[in-house]
Design a binder for this molecule. Structure first.
Ligand SMILES: Nc1ncnc2c1ncn2[C@@H]1O[C@H](COP(=O)(O)OP(=O)(O)OP(=O)(O)O)[C@@H](O)[C@H]1O
Ligand SMILES: [Mg+2]
Length: 363
């Protein structure tokens, strides 16, 4: 999808985290194809998340020293921060095989029973989007996690019997973008919970250097810093922007990514210095120019930018709020001083104070 004025996205393809948005955090097709190559293989290579890394290192070392299977691990955090990567690292660090599945793929408890009963001792079971598992499967998982046992129901009606099935010890690694949606009994059964934070620009710069090395792209420190600053705290976005900047550097220059090349390239792709794309800027610009910074209702704001309510609320706003550019209040959306600053506009009060200048662009 593009944000072309003449082709407003339909509500269908504008679901939260629309995948083919350059600064969207969800994986698109190209990401999926290259991510395997860019994934750090062990904790040492995994950039940032210092606390999580340190704690996980202890958990895994201790288990290894005891010759035991590692405790179940829950990874929570926004898309693209490294949950899948970390699950593979856990398996690698334990020298164990990994089985990958996801909540939505497990429709029936029987599906889960089939997977669990085929695990080898010590295997890592990665359950992505664990908050989207069905209720019966979830209940089966409680017992499996705690007692390494499941009850397989055979037959139907009054004649149905539960046959207990012993499971080999395994490590469940659950991942969720919505830790708050996990029922407490499930959350409590994880021995270790890691919450992944957004990355600092300096950390993203390291991610970018590392990826550039793997992609055989020459990049200057300042070029990496430029990309890092526009990557919304998310390694997946950093890697994606790096690939687009690489294209630009190859076509328009000698292939080396300097600050200037990075900045020009991302200008072409309409990703600004703070990582806002065209949609984000349209929302912010409407809020400032048409509504004097708000408060304005979501529906009105959506009409003003020619987008669906949901697109504004779920695609654009979360990052604007996180960046402290927009606030949601009971009276409506309001812009913060940082928003005026970012778009180079002057708030109405200040304009009056500065001698009654009227120009929207200040002076
Ligand atoms: N700490 C890190 N160091 C280096 N690269 C990273 C790091 N975290 C993530 N990446 C890179 O970012 C990309 C996305 O990571 P990953 O797939 O693990 O995210 P995720 O949290 O599982 O996302 P989702 O919620 O969409 O499943 C991968 O290509 C990975 O190489
Ligand atoms: Mg993932």
């Amino acid at each position: 999808m593009n944000w072309d004025d003449t082709a407003p996205p339909t509500s269908e393809d504008s679901a939260a985290g629309a995948p083919d948005r350059l600064v969207g955090a969800d994986a698109d097709g190209e990401d999926t194809a290259v991510e395997a190559a860019l994934r750090p293989k062990d904790l040492e290579e995994f950039v940032g998340q210092e606390r999580v890394r340190e704690q996980l290192d202890l958990v895994l070392r201790a288990a290894r020293a005891r010759g035991a299977t590692a405790d179940h691990v829950l990874l929570s955090g926004a898309p693209g921060l490294g949950k899948t990567t970390l699950s593979m690292i856990i398996a690698a660090e334990m020298g164990a095989p990994i089985r990958i599945t996801s909540g939505p793929a497990i429709q029936h408890a029987g599906d889960l029973a089939a997977i669990l009963s085929s695990l080898q001792e010590g295997e890592v079971l990665f359950l992505d989007e664990i908050h989207r598992m069905s209720r019966p499967a979830e209940e089966m998982l409680y017992m499996a996690m705690e007692d390494f046992r499941v009850d397989v129901i055979v037959g139907k009606g009054p004649g149905a019997t539960a046959i207990p099935l012993e499971l080999p010890p395994f490590t469940l690694v659950g991942a969720t973008t919505r830790a708050g949606l996990l029922p407490p009994p499930l959350r409590d059964r994880f021995g270790f919970t890691a919450h992944m934070e957004f990355y600092a620009p300096a950390e993203l710069q390291r991610v970018i250097h590392r990826s550039a090395g793997l992609l055989d792209v020459e990049i200057e420190a300042e070029g990496a810093a430029e990309i890092a600053g526009r990557s919304r705290g998310t390694p997946r976005i950093a890697n994606r922007l790096l690939r687009r900047v690489r294209d630009y550097a190859q076509v328009k220059a000698d292939g080396v990514i300097t600050r200037e090349i990075a900045s020009q390239a991302l200008g072409v792709y309409e990703v600004d210095a703070r990582g806002l794309d065209r949609l984000d800027r349209a929302v912010l610009t409407a809020l400032l120019k048409l509504f004097g910074g708000g408060p304005v209702g979501l529906s009105t704001l959506a009409v003003a930018v020619g987008e669906e309510r949901e697109t504004v609320e779920e695609v654009a706003e979360p990052f604007l709020v996180r960046e402290g550019l927009l606030a949601r209040t009971p009276r409506g959306r309001i812009a913060t001083p940082a928003a005026w600053d970012h778009l180079g506009l002057v708030p109405p009060q200040q304009r009056a104070g500065a001698g009654g200048q009227q120009g929207l662009f200040g002076a």
